[in-house]
Each structure stands twice: as structure tokens, then as C-alpha cells.
Design a protein around this ligand. Structure first.
Ligand code: PMP
Ligand code: GLN
Length: 380
């Protein structure tokens, strides 16, 4: 069979490659981003309850009304925002799907999309599969802030969208209100749409705040905002997420969604709706900050160096320049095979495979896992 060439990416996503290598080498897997500790028993029990209560058939296309209402209540409580559950929220099988669906709702052949790199590896293939072109704009080392002059210069008549990710995978950087204000100034007199990937919104540390595009009155009207339950409730394998967008954008989003997936796993929606409706939810940021701090305290005894602790997400990007001059792809393979710890090379997040001798650790792990991994790396 001759396969059509729909996008420029070749081979297999780095997350599959590194997790498979970790398994093959019996290495500790700090590569792909997923927790290795159990979910709250209550959430598991609710999933079982859903199946017993008869929530086993197709849900409505936009999602179970009680889950959309629970999300709306959650945003009212946490952000003081009013989000209409019927016209602005669509439940999706994860955020990766929601990003693809938003791009597909929006893009036509020949359109351009600005992508700030390093970037999550699905963005550019999604853009190109839709016949559009990604315009990569590098973030500025060492703090991975946005170079606004470069963003301005990247805009053309063909620019249809910009995709933004805060807290940021893989660097852990977060956007400030000022960043959103500058973006608003830049795109004010254009038709550019914002895709805001906020899957790590509840993982922000050191008393800092996540600033959502939804809190920016002007930008909110022109944004698709994508979320993942997997990152909040430690259940990445459930592949549950949602899209918040203004009513006209939501109509466009559902036009694609209805023929791509139609409806999302009903028992999982029931369980998440009940769980989210509890008066108090666990403090995910506090728990993850403890893990970050523990990871960093162990990292001090290794030759790896950091520019600064991750402000958010569950990733820490570190330099191995003190250890090796190998390209990062080779270094991560070597580290997995020879030292039994799997990580992600940052060049995988650049379309030009830029190699700054940086790798990413996922610290969303049990303390014992982090300790075992760092015991191995201390010997480097
Ligand atoms: N965006 C970013 C930046 C991510 O790190 C992830 C993690 N998988 C996703 C989107 C996708 O989330 P999901 O697992 O819900 O598809
Ligand atoms: N978001 C996770 C990461 O960056 C995993 C994504 C995936 O496996 N596709 O590691």
C-alpha cells in the first residue's frame, strides 16, 4: 500500500519510542509524562458505580450534561468565570484529540499557524494533516520566554492561528497576564485564532497562579482552550478531556467532533462528573510541588544542571552538557541502556531538531521511583 504523505513528521512519536526502550531495558521510566502512583480510590469506585447505575450506552454528542455542568461550576469556583455548559463546553477523549479537532474545525489548505517551540509533538503533524503550514518560532533560552518581535515577524496574511501552551511542556515555564496582553495587542486587528493548551493548569508551584486565556476578556472570544483530566486526576489512561470555546467556535468544533468520535466514554464521564462535584478536591499542585522539590534535591547530587525549577507542569528540563557532548537523542538512548533511566530529548520538540544538550524528566512519580532513578544517576 502506498501511504499518502500527510505531514512532515517521520517515524514514531518520541513518547512511544522512549517508553518502549525503557521497558525493553528494564529502565526506570521518567520519559513519557504519566504518574506511577494510584488514582484516588473514590474515583475508581465511581467508575464502577457508573457501570452499575446503567451509564453504559452512548452519551450525548457534546458530553454528559452533568459533567459539563460540573466543569462549569469548577471554573466558577476556581476562576470566578461564567462558562455556559451547553454552548461552550465539549467533552473529548483527551486533549490531544481536542487539539486535532480544533485545528480541523479551523484550518484550510494554505493557512499558516504559529507554533512556539519547543512544542508538544502532535501540534505540527495536526496542522500539516489539515493542509496548513506550521511557522515555528523559537522560545528564548534559557528561561523559554516568548520573543514577541519574532512572533510579530512570523505573522502573514495567511496566519490563521497561534497555538500556546501554559504551563509549558517540556520547559515548565508559565505565561503571565502581561504575555496575554502582548498577544492581544499583536493580534487585535487580525482574524488570528488562539489555541490555548492548558492541560497542566492545576500544576503550578511556589504560590504562582495559572493565568488562563479565559481570564482575558478580549482573547477569550477568539480562543479554543483545551484541557485533560488525565493531568489533574492522575488517570492519563482514561484519555478524557474537554474543549472550552465561545458558542460559534463550539459549533464549529462539534461539527468535526460529531463525525470523528461522536460521543465519549459514558461511565468515565459519569465518574468524573461525580468526583468533580465534591465540595473539596485534593490539592494537586501542592502534591506535585513536593515531588518537584524532592526530585530537585536528589538532582543536586548528580552532574545535571538546571536553569531554574519548573514553575508548572510535571516536567523538569535539565542540561547534561557537563556529562557528555553526544546529541540529545543518542544521550537519552545511552542513559536508558547503560544507566537504566529513560528521559526525553528536547530536540524532539523542535521541527529542526535543535539540540541544546537538554533532556526532560517527568517527576510525577512515587518518591521511591525518583530515589531509585537518582541513585542510578548519581554514579554518572
Ligand atoms: N498537551 C500537552 C502539552 C501535553 O503534555 C499532553 C500530554 N499528554 C496533552 C496535550 C494531551 O493530553 P491527553 O493525554 O489528554 O491527550
Ligand atoms: N503528554 C505526555 C508527555 O509529554 C505524554 C503524551 C503522549 O504520550 N503522547 O510526555
Amino acid at each position: 500500500m502506498i501511504l499518502p504523505q500527510k505531514h512532515s513528521a517521520t517515524g514514531t512519536t518520541i513518547f512511544t519510542v522512549m517508553s518502549a526502550l525503557a521497558q525493553q531495558c528494564n529502565a526506570i521510566n521518567l520519559s513519557q509524562g504519566f504518574p506511577d502512583f494510584p488514582i484516588d480510590e473514590k474515583l475508581g469506585a465511581l467508575l464502577f458505580e457508573a457501570t452499575q447505575q446503567g451509564f453504559n450506552q452512548y452519551a450525548p454528542m457534546p458530553g454528559l450534561p452533568q459533567l459539563r455542568q460540573a466543569i462549569s461550576n469548577d471554573f466558577a469556583k476556581r476562576y470566578g468565570l461564567s462558562i455556559n455548559p451547553d454552548t461552550e463546553i465539549t467533552i473529548t477523549p483527551g486533549a490531544t484529540y481536542a487539539i486535532y479537532t480544533a485545528f480541523t474545525a479551523l484550518l484550510e489548505a494554505g493557512d499558516e499557524v504559529i507554533v512556539l517551540e519547543p512544542a508538544y509533538d502532535s501540534y505540527i503533524p495536526n496542522i500539516e494533516t489539515n493542509g496548513a503550514k506550521a511557522i515555528p518560532v523559537p522560545l528564548q533560552a534559557p528561561d523559554f520566554s516568548v520573543d514577541w518581535e519574532r512572533v510579530k515577524n512570523a505573522i502573514s496574511k495567511k496566519t490563521k492561528a497561534i497555538i500556546v501552551n501554559t504551563p509549558h511542556n517540556p520547559t515548565g515555564a508559565i505565561w503571565t497576564k502581561e504575555d496575554w496582553d502582548i498577544l492581544a495587542d499583536i493580534i487585535r486587528n487580525t482574524n488570528i485564532v488562539v489555541l490555548s493548551d492548558e492541560v497542566y493548569e492545576q500544576l503550578v508551584f511556589d504560590g504562582k497562579q495559572h493565568i488562563s486565556v479565559l481570564q482575558h476578556e478580549e482573547l477569550r472570544k477568539r480562543s479554543f482552550v483545551l484541557y485533560s483530566f488525565g493531568k489533574v486526576f492522575h488517570n492519563t489512561g482514561w484519555k478524557m478531556g474537554y474543549c472550552i470555546a465561545p458558542p460559534d467556535y463550539t459549533i464549529a468544533f462539534r461539527r468535526i467532533h460529531q463525525f470523528l468520535c461522536f460521543a465519549v466514554n459514558t461511565p468515565a464521564q459519569y465518574a468524573l462528573a461525580q468526583y468533580l462535584s465534591q465540595p473539596a478536591l485534593p490539592d494537586v499542585s501542592g502534591m506535585m510541588q513536593q515531588k518537584r522539590d524532592y526530585f530537585l534535591s536528589l538532582l543536586k547530587d548528580t552532574p545535571f544542571t538546571i536553569h531554574e525549577p519548573a514553575a508548572g507542569s510535571y516536567f523538569q528540563t535539565v542540561s547534561y552538557a557537563n556529562i557528555s557532548s553526544q546529541p540529545d537523542m543518542e544521550f537519552t538512548q545511552w542513559l536508558t541502556k547503560e544507566h537504566g533511566v529513560a528521559t526525553i530529548p528536547i530536540s524532539a520538540f523542535y521541527s529542526n531538531k535543535k539540540d541544546d544538550k537538554l533532556i526532560r524528566f517527568c517527576f510525577a512519580k512515587k518518591e521511591s521511583t525518583l530515589q531509585d532513578a537518582m541513585d542510578r544517576l548519581r554514579k554518572l
